[in-house]
Write a protein that binds this ligand. Structure first.
Ligand code: SF4
Length: 240
């Protein structure tokens, strides 16, 4: 794929493409982005959750040279790091580690012990949002695994969007897929996934902020349980 810097698409173009690609396979949506702006203009944000392991397979099929990064809060489950390593081995791909320079010890000194229990918004800002903001400055577009059915805040997600927060093209190739479609893809391709998904963890974040869900509970009920928080601040799809 060409590495030439191309003109940034207008909001009108993005809206039109979002309509045209609504029913397209996620791979076609990724292909559009990488051809439109060049692969080096894009990066894929991988959390190693099940949507993202499917997307690892898809983005690498379109172009193995694409940058894939993960936000390392230093607070992930061991199973999440193991999933990263299994994917790295399977695809022979190095995942870029993006993290704050603030160690957990420094954070505890400055903000008190276990900030996540008292003010998860500040903790997420320090350990996720700020490092992400800094990292994304290198790119013109990013790819994410968010889907409409994941949360009310994501119910209007389009497959192609202009991301106002970061000033980037945002591709959400799985926006219209349901969880069954994603799992079918994973099983068909035999893609490594986080074993916690088989232990009632449909959505996996940091260890202190994630619990398993009970039968009948919302899939994201295990994230920041007991608080009103449902997003870490990375995805600002507005409620319409
Ligand atoms: S998910 Fe929890 S531990 Fe992780 S950064 Fe956010 S508040 Fe901190």
């Amino acid at each position: 794929m060409s590495q030439v810097v191309k003109e940034f698409p207008s909001k009108e173009e993005l809206k039109q493409v979002a309509q045209e690609l609504r029913d397209a396979h996620p791979i076609e949506i990724i292909r559009w982005g990488l051809e439109r702006l060049g692969t080096s203009a894009f990066t894929f944000a991988c959390s190693f959750g099940y949507e993202d392991v499917a997307l690892v397979d898809m983005v690498l099929e379109v172009d193995p040279s694409i940058d894939i990064f993960y936000l390392d809060t230093d607070l992930h489950f061991p199973e999440t790091y193991q999933t990263r390593d299994r994917l790295a081995e399977r695809y022979q791909k190095e995942f870029i580690r993006v993290a704050t320079t603030l160690t957990l010890e420094e954070q505890a000194k400055q903000y008190g012990e276990k900030l996540w229990t008292r003010n998860p918004d500040i903790c997420c800002r320090l350990r996720k949002v700020e490092p992400l903001k800094e990292f994304l400055k290198r790119y013109q577009g990013w790819i994410t695994g968010i889907r409409r059915e994941q949360a009310p805040t994501r119910a209007h997600t389009e497959v192609v969007e202009y991301d106002q927060t970061f000033g980037l093209v945002k591709l959400n190739p799985l926006a219209f897929w349901n969880s069954k479609q994603v799992w079918n893809y994973i099983h068909e391709k035999n893609i490594p996934y986080n074993p916690l998904h088989d232990q009632n963890y449909p959505s996996i974040g940091c260890l202190p902020c994630t619990r398993p869900v009970q039968p009948g509970e919302d899939p994201r009920a295990g994230r920041w349980a007991g608080t009103q928080k449902i997003e870490c601040g990375l995805h600002n799809t507005p409620l319409k």
